[in-house]
Design a protein around this ligand. Sequence first.
Ligand SMILES: Nc1ncnc2c1ncn2[C@@H]1O[C@H](COP(=O)(O)OP(=O)(O)O)[C@@H](O)[C@H]1O
Ligand SMILES: [Mg+2]
Length: 550
Amino acid sequence: MTADSLPTAFDLASRQREISVAEFFLKNRHLLGFDSGAKALLTTVKEAVDNALDACEEAGILPEIRIEVKPIPHADDVFVVVVEDNGPGIVESQLSRIFGKLLYGSKFHKLAQSRGQQGMGISAAGMYAQLTTGKPLHVLSRVAGQTRATELYVSIDTAKNRPEMHKKQQVKWNRRHGTRVEAELQGYYQKGPHSIDMYLNQTAIANPHVTLRFENPNDEKLRFIRSVSELPAPPVSVKPHPHGVELGMLIQMLNNTHCRTLLPFLEQEFSRVGRKTARAIIAQAGNRLSARSYPRHIARAQAQALYHAMQEVPVSAPRTDCLVPIGEKQLEAGLRKELKAEFYTVVTRPAAVYRGNPFQVEVAIAYGRPGGVGLEVAADGHIHKAARQRQAAKEEATDASARLLRFANRVPLLYEPGACAITKAVMQTNWRAYGLRQSKGALPIAPMIIMVHIASVWVPFTSEAKEAVAGYAEILKELKLGLQACGRRLASHLRQTRRLQQEYDKRTHIEKHLPQIGNALQDILQLSDTARDKAMSNLDKSLHRRRKIR
Ligand SMILES: Nc1ncnc2c1ncn2[C@@H]1O[C@H](COP(=O)(O)OP(=O)(O)O)[C@@H](O)[C@H]1O
Ligand SMILES: [Mg+2]
């Protein structure tokens, strides 16, 4: 190649242009959870259901959600997905941007616990649908009090990241309020741990106040009916904590604030900063900053000094009343409804903080299958256990690992377990201390389901697809403490079960030899048959009494 044919800076300049977020995510769709047909179908359902649940809860409505996934006849791997909710609906002027623009939403700027965060869920699903089938999203939404619903067909102009409306009209809809989203996309429907069925099942566990009705491509109708009829308390939104902001965010906040001077800026835009702390931060920052500095005129170097001062000056820990855990009672209700087990235990840890963001961990364990592994104690204290059950227990004592269900802000996480702090915490917990088998650095081996939930105003996901939680030290510590608390309770249950098993074994052994003892006694003492039976019955009773379980 000669030097003449090499591109010049001017040639390169002619090729340099802005890349829209939509174009970026179109090429990097794996970042949003659309890297395979099966995942794309699940992600689409998940984004729409998560939005429906967020909207219903924000509006104080008990969610009733209908989901339908149907194959399009004579089209290979093309499905229509419908998600319909009884939420507050969406006002007409917002509809096109919500569904036709990436990074548009109501949750990003608000530090509050919600399922959505980035404003990139449903519009990304729309973009994927459009890419694979060329069809726009079909939306129907009615706001309470309005006589008609708005019907909209919308797609994304990916080069400009803005909505392209195809048709909009007012129509009749028999729902009083709510939203219905319909997307046609290429995908693959599968069963198993990564299926839509599983996602909905786990959603029902973590959201016992929700009713979900699902019609899957096999024409099966799955129903998950609510087991509690109280909505979770509405989450309070908080301002950022000084220890949680990053420099870029601080510079942006300084540029966008309505406050005219630095002192009220610090007091009003951050949580836990009063007059005294604000003055201390300004004094610590130095750099010619004063209480009366004008936020928009603060230079980068000064912002950096301010940022460091904010990290150094002690500030009280963030408020934690902004978190809404599922709660021990509700979580147990959800577990009992969806998973049959012999023993349940739930621990909700107190709130903690990572990088200035409050978070809270909940751990639950469902152990053993009923009538399978455990023993039953009758009301009179005697141990009853059929040989059949014993056999079943033996058959179940396989080498299967415990199943781990991960949740973040009540949303099941089905992919990327290996990259997730929750998996790491479970593997790093010493389950042998609680009477279970475990290879080093692996999940315990037991007929058991471990459920872990992390609630936060900002869950640190490892990617935009929101599949795995990042391993901040504070988060790992809380996870382990929760797992250990559940482990201890499980260990005590297992000790009790083992004691019962031993008692049972001893008794069976004695019972087996009782008739021989009876015959020997009869011979030695020259007893009549009646006297022998009476002696045996007394002996049996006294053995029962002595081996009674307290
Ligand atoms: N079913 C719905 N009912 C009411 N509002 C909705 C619904 N779906 C989406 N929205 C609104 O649209 C916004 C954008 O949704 P989305 O793209 O999924 O981003 P995110 O959920 O991360 O904010 C939400 O923040 C919410 O305000
Ligand atoms: Mg969303």
